[in-house]
Design a protein around this ligand. Structure first.
Ligand code: TPP
Ligand code: MG
Length: 680
């Protein structure tokens, strides 16, 4: 019988639990019970949280952190540590308890007591910046698993570059039913299997419970069969049998394929009535059940109290990797690539790259090429890729359209991790999450391409990149109705507005070759969040002839000042800049003087001081032009402004016909200025 979110129908789980709890208390079980007790106490204190998952996975996590995970609690930043990703982020207390018990600084008992309170290190879900040993922010199910694929891939790429003596670690993931129900798990699993990322190991919390009740309410699949189909090695194990867990993890470390171990667990193990039910997933056990659980577990201690001998065993586990780390440091000192390793690990850019791009921009200023901005992006990459060896490219099966490949990068495959270009396949979401993992791992700067409209398929991963503040660069081509004949399914309309609304995303839509190079330069330097380069399919004339400095860095600037007093200010981005320039010339012939402002990045412009912004925007009436939704433009246009853009979806036709049809024309700009402008 399916349970319905209440603690009913769990007789089988309770019978199994009784047998488990009747076993003699081994050291391993006591160590695991310390996790359980802390999870119970913290959730009780916060009166909210998720005790079930930490209580269920405590045994498996103990085996992992005691015997297998390579880490040294004294230095969570050790580059060659194993990565541990709690994909089932709601079980955050599992991670916090592990960090606390293993002796990590910055996760004291008072931090656990403060679970889920304002500014607490122990936030509701693990937050990347709260503690150096939290490898990433998790909570949106499936993201952890897919990001871990990127971490495991980064390890392979860096091992190929620097050798095993510096780079030789695993990526471990704990994922639940929810992570594996998410579609993203398919993209991630398939990519990892294809690339034979054998140092990626997923412990699946196979408890057959999610929020609505038993998983039989909504799924009949066998994830192990699915992952075996992707080329993974799979095992099933009793998640409360320490010997079996040890054997399974040992097997996992010898695999030539990525590994998934389904740990059959009881959610909330220890809770006398609620174990094995959805009732223990996401709420405090309640005083009586919490008390009784500790009694059943043989844990007679006061809340937030762990006996010294148990701390001792955990601290031993936490320092188990110290010798390995010291050995690694010695190898680093003698390593011929030490300087390069340290530079890239710290995320510092190489000398000379900025000169290379300056020289390139000077050439553009002379040659004034008429190119699609996606082509300009490729030409910029031809300069950046050789100059910045850590740049790692890719595309979600649109390499020839995104123009993200540069000669000699070499494709990454299971047989060749010396390549620098990743064929992500038609897996936008998987790509964006893997890019986050590559960036989080350190040592590499990922960029990846797809059509701008399919940023919708990547949005959850881009949002996490923004929240975590990691440097990933998205090359998003075919940026408007200007892509033409492929029609409205492929034509972004609301995407610029939506990303401009997302905190900490840098959205840039350059107008010509020089602006594209400038925006790439900004993206490379933007170490604190994702950058989106929104690029055209169709060619645009060069509008800039000066290449000194970086004008795009101020977000918006006066591209062409009015000859005399401004009758109006025409503000445009990307491909619409050339329309604005043409309208300005036509108006000037009629004696109407206007300025054209190029506004490649709203976010960067918003960061400028008011004086600068006022000087750019001017006091004359403003006309905004962008082949997209006008949502958000009112910020720059003011009450009096006019927006010329899209009010609905696009259509299928040649680009020029679409611009005419939707009224994005020189004539429309001229008419708007004549209607609104201050001139006599
Ligand atoms: C993408 C996403 N959808 C929904 C949720 C809300 N949510 C949190 S946990 C959960 C159930 C997860 O079930 P499972 O992974 O089996 O966790 P367990 O109950 O076993 O701890 C849901 C739906 C979420 N965090 N992320
Ligand atoms: Mg579950």
């Amino acid at each position: 019988m399916a349970s319905s979110g209440e603690n009913s129908g769990n007789e089988a789980a309770l019978a199994r639990q009784a047998a488990i709890l009747a076993q003699p208390l081994t050291d391993d079980r006591v160590m695991a019970n310390a996790i359980r007790a802390l999870a119970i106490d913290a959730v009780e204190a916060a009166k909210s949280g998720h005790p079930g998952m930490p209580m269920g996975m405590a045994d498996a996590a103990t085996v992992l952190w005691k015997k297998f995970l390579k880490y040294d609690a004294a230095d969570p930043a050790w580059p060659d540590r194993d990565r541990f990703v709690l994909s089932a982020g709601h079980g955050s207390m599992l991670l916090y308890a592990l960090l606390h018990l293993s002796g990590h600084e910055g996760m004291g008992i008072h931090d656990l007591k403060n679970f889920r309170q304002l500014h607490a290190v122990a936030a509701g879900h693990p937050e990347y910046h709260e503690h150096p040993a939290i490898e990433m922010t998790t909570g949106p199910l499936g993201q952890g698993l897919a990001t871990a694929v990127g971490m495991a891939l980064a390890e392979r790429l860096l091992a190929a570059k620097f050798g095993k003596s510096l780079v030789d670690h695993r990526t471990w993931v704990i994922a639940g039913d929810g992570c594996l129900m998410e579609g993203l798990s398919h993209e991630a699993g398939a990519l990892a299997g294809h690339l034979k990322l054998n140092k990626l190991i997923v412990l699946f919390d196979d408890n057959s419970i999610s929020i609505d009740g038993g998983t039989e309410l909504s799924t009949s699949e066998d994830p192990l069969k699915r992952f075996a189909g992707y080329g993974w090695a799979v095992r099933r194990v009793d998640g409360h049998d320490f010997a079996a867990l040890n054997a399974a993890l040992s097997f996992a470390t010898k695999s030539t394929k990525p590994v998934m171990i389904a740990c059959k667990t009881i959610i909330g193990l220890g809770a006398p009535t609620k174990a094995g039910t959805a009732g223990v997933h996401g709420s405090a056990l309640g005083g009586a059940e919490a008390e009784a659980a500790k009694q059943a577990l043989g844990w007679p201690h006061l809340p937030f109290t762990v006996p010294e001998n148990v701390y001792g065993q955990w601290r031993e586990a936490g320092s188990r990797g110290a010798a390995a780390r010291r050995g690694w440091l010695k190898r680093l000192v003698k390593h011929p690539q030490r300087t390069e390793f340290e530079r890239t690990a710290a995320g510092r850019l190489p000398d000379g790259w900025s000169d290379a791009i300056s020289a390139f921009k000077s050439t553009l200023a002379e040659t004034k090429p008429k190119l699609a901005t996606r082509q300009s992006s490729q030409k910029t990459l031809e300069v950046l890729v050789p100059a910045i060896p850590e740049l790692t490219g890719g595309s979600a099966d649109l390499t020839g359209s995104n123009l993200t490949f540069v000669k000699n990068m070499g494709g990454v495959s299971a047989d060749n991790f010396a390549g620098r270009y990743i064929y992500y396949g038609v897996r936008e979401h998987g790509m964006a999450a893997a890019m986050n993992g590559i960036a989080l791992h350190g040592g590499l700067i990922p960029y990846g391409g797809t059509f701008f409209v399919f940023s919708d398929y990547m949005r959850p991963a881009i949002r996490l990149a923004a929240l975590m503040g990691v440097r990933v660069i998205h090359v998003l081509t075919h940026d408007s109705i200007g892509l033409g004949e492929d029609g409205p399914t492929h034509q972004p309309v609301e995407h610029l507005a939506s990303f401009r609304a997302m905190p900490n995303v840098l959205t840039m839509r350059p107008a010509d070759a020089i602006e594209t190079a400038e925006c790439w330069e900004i993206a490379i330097r933007n170490t604190t969040g994702p950058s989106l380069l929104v690029l055209s399919r169709q060619a645009v004339p060069a509008v800039r002839s000066d290449a000194n400095g970086n004008k795009c860095a101020r977000g918006a600037y006066v591209l062409a000042e009015a000859e005399g007093k401004r009758a109006a200010t025409i503000i445009a981005t990307g491909t619409e800049i050339s329309l604005a320039i043409a309208a300005r010339a036509s108006l000037a012939r009629d004696g109407v003087q206007t300025a054209v402002v190029s506004a490649p990045s709203f976010e960067l412009f918003a960061r400028q001081d008011e004086t600068y912004r006022d000087s750019v925007l001017g006091t004359a009436p403003r006309i905004g032009v962008e082949a997209a939704s006008g949502f958000g433009w009112e910020r720059w246009l003011g009450d009096d402004g006019v927006f010329i853009g899209m009010t609905g979806f696009g259509a299928s036709a040649p680009a020029e016909a679409l611009y005419n049809h939707f009224g994005l024309t020189e004539a429309a700009i001229v008419a708007a200025v004549k209607k609104k402008g201050n001139y006599t």
